[in-house]
Ligand binder design. Structure first.
Ligand SMILES: Nc1ncnc2c1ncn2[C@@H]1O[C@H](COP(=O)(O)OP(=O)(O)OP(=O)(O)O)[C@@H](O)[C@H]1O
Ligand SMILES: [Mg+2]
Length: 226
């Protein structure tokens, strides 16, 4: 397999300290995720899905083991922030839009952070909002959007730099069926459009059944279901 196109977890463990005791949450997870493919991680609440996704995306450190993005260490890397902003995207259950910025400015943010020219950033943000059918809301603040609209904006923002991998932790957790379907369509469109890899966790069978592979988190390891 071509390591320049993959996100690899190697023997990941995570131990939390809780109430004076060690809590072994992840017990040695090794898994390769490839670009262009979609993966779901399912499992009961507290099984460690979010913990694993945060480590996979470089937002938290493993207790041992390593994550390789395109063959490069993600955690022990001087360019970690650049790698995260350029190659990885995140979507959370809560949208985390910046409330002081308009919808348009929120969508532009990853481009500006990446040093993309302002005019190009503006043009791409407008194009994405057009694609979402949300151009009319470009100049409003997130507080004036519905929950579904907020989440769609946060998804296009996460995909602004056309990330190689998008990590989505219960992206539809707060959405009704119609908005959830639109959000998932957006994510899967990204997989096709620029060969993005999608790693998603969800409690909703209707959502995770649409992913190419399904893994179950149980006792700190991942087992393949489909
Ligand atoms: N920062 C932390 N400090 C201590 N323990 C933590 C911390 N974060 C998570 N945990 C513990 O790790 C375990 C796994 O949590 P995690 O959030 O990964 O579960 P999850 O599978 O995402 O659950 P859910 O489906 O409810 O989102 C839980 O028992 C939780 O209490
Ligand atoms: Mg979670």
């Amino acid at each position: 397999m071509d390591s320049s196109q993959s996100l690899v977890a190697k023997n990941i463990t995570k131990v939390f300290r809780q109430g004076g005791k060690n809590l072994d949450v992840l017990n040695g997870i090794s898994q390769t995720f490839e670009r262009g493919k979609s993966y779901a991680i399912v499992g009961v609440s507290g099984s460690g899905k979010s913990t694993f996704m945060h480590i996979l995306g470089g937002l938290d450190h493993p207790s041992s083991g390593e994550v390789l993005l395109f063959g490069n260490h993600l955690h022990k890397n001087a360019h970690r922030s650049m790698m995260l902003n350029t190659y990885l995207g995140f979507v959370f259950q809560f949208h985390y839009l910046v409330k002081e910025l308009t919808v348009l400015e929120n969508v532009m943010l990853p481009g500006l952070i990446a040093g993309m020219a302002q005019l190009e950033t503006l043009a791409r943000a407008r194009e994405l909002l057009d694609f979402l059918g949300m151009s009319a809301k470009a100049d409003v603040y997130p507080v004036a959007l519905s929950g579904g609209e907020q989440q769609r904006v946060s998804i296009v923002r996460a995909m602004f730099n056309r990330p190689a991998f998008l990590i989505a932790d219960e992206p539809t957790g707060n959405l009704d069926e119609g908005n959830a379907a639109q959000a998932i369509k957006l994510l899967l469109d990204g997989c096709k459009a620029w060969n993005m890899g999608l790693i998603l966790c969800s409690h909703d069978r209707h959502i995770y059944d649409q992913m190419g592979s399904i893994f179950r988190m149980h006792q700190g390891v991942l087992a393949i279901e489909k």
